[in-house]
Design a protein around this ligand. Structure first.
Ligand code: KG4
Ligand code: ZN
Length: 336
């Protein structure tokens, strides 16, 4: 059977719905929450309230714009973590209600596995096995992807995620949330070699981003003692130097993972995969090392329900359904 599935994503601060039919994603409706900007980060209670306000409209739009009737739906999919509990609860409750009303099965999806499967929304699609660097506001992982639903974490951050490092550095500089895209924008105009920051070196394929955050904080504090307008005067160079360092830290481990596994099919996923510095550096490395690289379209890098829909499609084919009493947060092999 080639199913029609409605997928819902609500793990953090995007409320999203998507319909997939016969393995083809028909749309990706996303309502972003601007309410967090003035707080410099996602406020969980505000996020769950905003999901509650947005979800019906987002789902209705996904159904209408794909021309899907309730009677055509074969399953309802939802993100079952990792994510914010209050946010996940809105998605899982909505999905359960709809599955019960329509008499169709529920399909739970791991958010981090879905970020990897965003590579199967459009062409070109990577062949198995491939390595995926999944970089978001909550996670930094190198994943060995052996099949649609067979993934293994080879290395991951032991503290902050790289997206968090971008966002916290931006906050220290007084930039608004989320700071990652802003740093990316200013970095394009700056000198990446202007300043250097020290990192905590981790063994093997693991990462640590808390050291560079502290180094960045102290660097700015010292510079501001001499010149209170240091950040304003040198914003482009500071952003370029920080971004270059973070990108270098990611690529160092990705190269190591490729050398250790012998795999040269390399993908990136998650919100930070939108970073132009990372994309450019990845392209340059691919040329040097003969990698074939895969970078999803921007809308499929950040949180979206299309990736949940693809994951749900493959789970449906394997009849991996969830019970109606499933809890909103799973114990997970990837991302948990
Ligand atoms: O995957 P995502 O949308 O949500 C999570 O699951 O976390 O990732 C959001 C993260 C934020 O930290 C945001 O600052 C970062 O992705 N991000 C970027 C860029 N666009 C989004 N970081 C650096 N450069 C960008 N262009
Ligand atoms: Zn995400």
């Amino acid at each position: 059977m080639r199913p029609t599935i409605l997928a819902i994503e609500s793990s953090c601060d995007e409320t999203s719905a998507s319909v997939i039919r016969q393995g083809k994603v028909l749309n990706n409706v996303v309502a972003s929450q601007n309410v967090h900007q003035k707080y410099g980060g996602v406020v969980p209670e505000l996020a769950s309230r905003a999901h509650q306000q947005n979800i019906l409209q987002v789902v209705n739009e996904a159904m209408a714009s794909s021309g899907t009737k309730n009677s055509q739906i074969d399953a309802i999919a939802f993100t079952r973590g990792p994510g914010l509990m209050g946010s996940l609860l809105v998605g899982v409750s909505f999905a359960k209600g709809m599955a019960l009303a329509l008499g169709v099965p529920l399909v739970e999806v791991n958010h981090m596995e879905a970020h990897v499967l965003a590579h199967f929304i459009d062409d070109p699609k990577p062949a198995f096995p491939f390595l995926c660097l999944t970089v978001s506001g909550g996670h930094t992982q190198i994943i060995l992807v052996e099949d649609f639903l067979k993934m293994k974490v080879l290395g991951q951050t032991q503290d902050d995620a790289v997206g968090e490092a971008f966002d916290k550095a931006a906050k220290i500089m007084g930039l608004s949330y989320p700071g990652g895209p802003l740093i990316d924008q200013y970095a394009k105009l700056g000198n990446p070699k202007a300043y250097s920051f020290s990192e905590t070196v981790m063994p093997g394929l693991d990462f640590s981003f808390s050291g560079i955050k502290t180094s960045f904080l102290y660097f700015l504090r010292d510079q501001k003692k001499n010149d209170p307008l240091f950040v304003e005067k040198n914003l482009n160079d500071i952003c370029a130097s920080l971004q270059s360092k973070l990108v270098h830290m990611l690529l160092k481990k990705l190269k190591l993972a490729s050398a250790q596994t012998g795999i040269k099919h390399i993908a990136i996923a998650g919100g930070v995969a939108a970073n132009s510095g990372l994309r450019n550096e990845l392209k340059a490395t691919a040329q040097n090392l003969g990698w074939e690289i895969f970078i999803p379209e921007f809308q499929y890098c950040t949180d979206n329900a299309a990736m949940i829909a693809v994951a749900a499609h493959y789970k449906f084919l394997k009849e991996q359904f969830s019970e109606l009493d499933v809890s909103p947060l799973a114990n997970m092999s990837v991302g948990g």
